[in-house]
Design a protein around this ligand. Structure first.
Ligand code: WQD
Length: 337
């Protein structure tokens, strides 16, 4: 256990929680971020939470010179690669930017790793690689038909990394398919702080509760689900981050590629999420019925059995914990602003 871990996108939502989880588990994280959708203000808070001075490399993951310099000045044992663009709609409008950042960035990173002799890599993939699942819960060997540019960039990186591991047996690669990460560290010190407008349900509910948005649009009430609204597998960001630490520990014991769903294995509807957020913030949240959002699916829920068995990891925090922690972060960050 332990070692120096480079976290690309380490100032972002997932990356910052991974940094905290790694530090708490005895690793020494290094943050690399270009602040495209995050801010350097998270660094002092990470220092406070972890009690450690965290090296920061303010650079783009496609910047080969910065990567070479990073690997030559730090004795890096492993990389957690979270850096990337992640807005589904934006990806449709700017496909080349998405392929360049997500695929090009991953290639540059893997090349820098090879040059430096580092062979342990965890990649932030997404349940979006499954597209419209044929059945739920979705196991890792379900058909892969990503329905968006964003999803195809994630699948493209998975394929590249699978090919890399097939060509060189020394690679140790974890492809982690996130379902719907939400919530914040229970400290209230870090959370989702996009500099772009949020697209995801829980941050939108936080905006409504904080009075920054008049109401939430419920995208579709006629899906074939119990209450007609979309069902997703919301996984607490702290559980998700712990999954990375568990995967890293596992990769120390097993080479090759492991592909794992990170989810709780239970689905919640939009109306259930709204109700949980109302319990968390203690006020009613205005909502209005809106048409289905293009590209949305009815149900997407993880079968996390492989991650449970292989890693001895399990997501245990429920929707109430997600909403309570998201709201605590919202209140704290509002005070700070
Ligand atoms: C959740 C549910 C919406 C907003 C997306 C990406 C995916 C992944 C995570 C990763 C759905 C409904 C939402 C709103 C609503 N990305 N909703 N009103 O769509 O499952 O997944 O984020 O990097 O790739 O596609 O998450 O949070 O946007 O939506 O009714 O204002 O909430 O229809 O049922 P989604 P989401």
């Amino acid at each position: 256990m332990g070692g120096t871990v480079l976290v690309t996108g380490g100032a972002g939502y997932v990356g910052s929680h991974v940094v905290v989880a790694l530090a708490r588990a005895g690793y020494a994280p290094i943050v690399l971020d270009n602040f495209a959708n995050s801010s350097a203000t998270v660094l002092p808070r990470l220092k406070h939470l972890t009690g450690a001075e965290l090296p920061l490399i303010a650079a783009d993951v496609r910047d080969r010179a910065a990567l070479a310099h990073t690997f030559s000045t730090h004795a890096i044992d492993a990389v957690v690669h979270c850096a990337g663009l992640k807005a589904v709609g934006e990806g449709e409008a700017q496909p080349l930017a998405y392929y360049d950042n997500n695929v090009g960035g991953s290639i540059a990173l893997a090349q820098a790793m090879i040059a430096a002799g580092v062979n342990t890599l965890i990649f932030s993939s997404s349940a979006t690689v499954y597209g419209q699942p044929e059945r739920n819960p979705v196991p890792e060997d379900a058909p892969l038909r990503p329905a968006s540019v964003y999803g195809r960039t994630k699948r493209a990186v998975e394929l590249i990394l699978e090919d890399l591991a097939a060509a060189d047996a020394s690679w140790r690669i974890g492809l982690l398919r996130y379902f719907n990460p939400a919530g914040a560290d229970a400290s209230g010190e870090i959370g989702e702080a996009p500099t772009n407008v949020p697209n995801n349900l829980v941050p939108i509910l936080a905006d409504v509760a904080a009075g920054r948005r008049p109401c939430v649009d419920v995208f579709g009430d006629d899906y074939p689900t119990a209450d007609g609204t979309g069902v997703r597998d919301y996984i607490h960001i702290t559980d998700l981050a712990a999954g990375h630490v568990a995967a890293l520990a596992h990769l120390a014991r097993q080479s090759g590629v492991i592909t794992l769903n990170l989810g709780i294995g239970r689905g919640c509807s939009v109306l259930e999420v709204i109700a949980a957020f109302e319990r968390a913030c203690g006020k009613p949240l205005a909502r209005r019925a809106a048409p289905r959002r293009p590209g949305d699916i009815a149900i997407c829920c993880a079968d996390p059995a492989r991650a449970n068995a292989l890693l001895g990891w399990r997501a245990g925090l429920d929707l109430d914990a997600i909403c309570a922690d998201a709201w605590r972060w919202q209140v704290n960050s509002g005070r700070r602003a």
